[in-house]
Each structure stands twice: as C-alpha cells, then as structure tokens.
Design a protein around this ligand. Structure first.
Ligand code: NAP
Length: 285
C-alpha cells in the first residue's frame, strides 16, 4: 500500500515558512504584492483565483485582482499588463488561463516583465529553466519537485514517464526532472503504446486531464505516481487522472486529488511572489 504524499499538509508548512519570510521583508519596508488578471468568468478559474487570494492573505502577501470582460481587446489586455509592469508596488503578475480564444495568450505572457513573471511562462524564464539557471519555475512543476524533495525521492537515474506536454505543466516538468538527472519519456495524445511505457517507469506523472486514465495495470509494483490532473467525474466529484483507490494498492508513493499537487501549486506561487519581491529589492536587502 502506497504512502500518500500529503500536498495539503506540505503546502500548509510551506505557507507558514513563507509567512516568516514575508514578515521579515515587511520589517524592512518591503510589501510583496501580487496582481492577478482574469478574463471572462470561467468557473474553474474563479476557484483557482480565490484559492490564490486566500493563500496570499494567509502569508501576508498583498493582492489585487483585475476581472476583465470576456470581450476585452488584445490591446487593452496588453496595455493593462504594461501598466502593471511599470507599477513599482507590484512584484508579481499572473494572467489566469484559459483566456478567451480571440486573445493571444503567448503575446500576453511575453509582455509580462520577466522579473515579475511569477508563473514562469515568459520565454526568458522558460529558457533559463532549460539552461538550468535560477529562475521562476512554473508553479505546478515546482510544487511537484518540492514534493519529491520533502519525501526524499531522488530522481537521479530514475525512469520517469510524464503524460502531457503542455507549456504550463508537461514541458516545464520534463525540464525540472531532467535537471535532476532523471531519464524522461514524454507521452502525449499521439503516443503509441502508452501502457508499455508507463509499466516500465519508476515514476509516472500524469497531467492530461482525463479522469481515472491511469489504472493499476499501467504501473509497475512500487512505482511512484504523481497525479496533476483535476477533473470532474460522472457525479461531479473532483478526481485526478489516476484511479487512486486501485493504483494506491500497487504504488509506493501516490498523490491524492484533491489534496495533492493542487495546494502545492498555490504555495509555490506565493513562494515566487516573495522571491520576486526579494530580487527586485536586492540593493536594500
Ligand atoms: P492541456 O493543456 O489540455 O494538455 C493536456 C496534455 O495531455 C496535452 O499535451 C495532450 O497531448 C496530453 N494528452 C491528452 N490525452 C492524452 C493521452 N491519452 N495520453 C497521453 N497524453 C495525452 O492540459 P494542462 O493545462 O497541462 O492540464 C492537464 C491537467 O492538469 C488538467 O486536468 C488540469 O486541470 C490539471 N492541472 C492541474 C494543476 C494543479 O495545480 N494540480 C495545474 C494545472 C493543470 P497533445 O499535446 O498531443 O494534445
């Protein structure tokens, strides 16, 4: 039976440590501040944004929100980002995805000052991650890496299979694992024989958005299984990509959904805002 990786508890501990760092910055007159932009009213995004705002409040990070109409123009979105880039009181800027199809999200991400890019989506930060340099690592992959650290799971030489190759999760996660000397296989919707690949993996990380896609027969005995997926099942219940109840019988470690990667994603966002505030005030610290 697998050890359950408790993301909720680890995120709580992370926020407590971040609060200490945040208080220290405040004592020096630095008030870390995050600006969040949300376009339209996607119900899932609303929940994510609410969780981010709650976590900021708990840690003491100042928070402001821009709720934009779904038919906003690209120019207005870009102008807002530029305004926030120039605002010295704001340390981090986050554009909540998805945004409506008529908008160019890549241009928007590129416009965010990379020193304030707490989501790690700017090409400069993506490039730095690829080079193995210090950077803003995008929050979900960063959260997964923190879980490995906390549970003393060494990736060096491990066979890791990642399902999903999105810019937000799969690709940066691949780079993070490679930086830790793992051997990586990335599966996507065109991959043939996914089961053969996952069955040989020491670690399976799923980020595809398909309820209960990873079944017990897809993993080897003692594998480590990380579930990034957040889906609703046929009863409207939040579930991951992994058939948790059955897979946990065979895995050595497993993350639950909810209470796994999700809370860590939010905690790492706050971590990045504090890092941004420190970087931007390097001279006085
Ligand atoms: P996405 O942009 O839709 O990407 C999904 C990826 O899965 C794509 O690369 C797709 O391949 C691949 N895929 C689809 N079917 C597959 C299959 N049968 N086998 C292997 N790969 C397959 O999604 P995302 O934004 O990365 O999010 C993925 C999941 O993670 C979602 O459930 C999302 O809600 C969740 N999520 C959770 C957190 C968190 O904090 N826990 C954060 C972000 C996202 P192609 O590239 O070929 O289309």
């Amino acid at each position: 039976m697998a050890i359950i990786i408790d993301g909720k508890e680890l995120a709580k501990k992370t926020r407590q440590n971040l609060k200490i760092e945040c208080d220290e910055l405040k004592n020096k007159g630095i008030n870390p501040r995050l600006a969040v932009i949300m376009v339209g009213d996607n119900p899932a995004s609303k929940v994510y944004v609410r969780n981010k705002s709650k976590a900021c409040q708990e840690v003491g990070v100042e928070y402001e929100e821009y709720l934009l109409d779904s038919n906003i123009t690209q120019k207005d979105l870009i102008d807002l980002i530029k305004k926030l880039n120039n605002d010295k009181n704001i340390n981090g800027i986050l554009l909540q995805s998805p945004i409506p199809k008529h908008l160019d999200i890549n241009e928007a991400f590129r416009t965010i000052d990379y020193n304030k890019d707490v989501d790690g989506f700017h090409p400069m930060n993506v490039g730095k991650l690829t080079l193995g340099e210090d950077t803003f690592v995008s929050c979900t992959p960063y959260g997964v890496m923190r879980m490995f650290e906390e549970y003393n799971i060494d990736l060096c030489g491990k066979n890791v299979v990642i399902l999903g190759r999105s810019n937000i999760v799969g690709k940066p996660l691949t780079q993070c694992c490679l930086n830790k000397n793992a051997t990586i296989t990335v599966c996507h919707s065109k991959t043939q024989n996914t089961k053969k690949l996952t069955k040989e993996a020491d670690i399976v990380i799923s980020a595809i958005g398909k309820p209960k896609f990873i079944t017990e027969d897809m993993i080897k005995e003692g594998a480590i299984v990380i579930d990034v997926g957040i889906n609703r099942d046929e009863n409207g219940k939040i579930v991951g990509d992994v058939d948790f109840e059955n897979v946990k019988q065979k895995a050595s470690y497993i993350t639950p959904v909810p209470g796994g990667v999700g809370p860590m994603t939010v905690a790492m966002l706050i971590n990045n805002v504090i890092k941004a505030a420190k970087n931007q005030n390097e001279k006085i610290l």
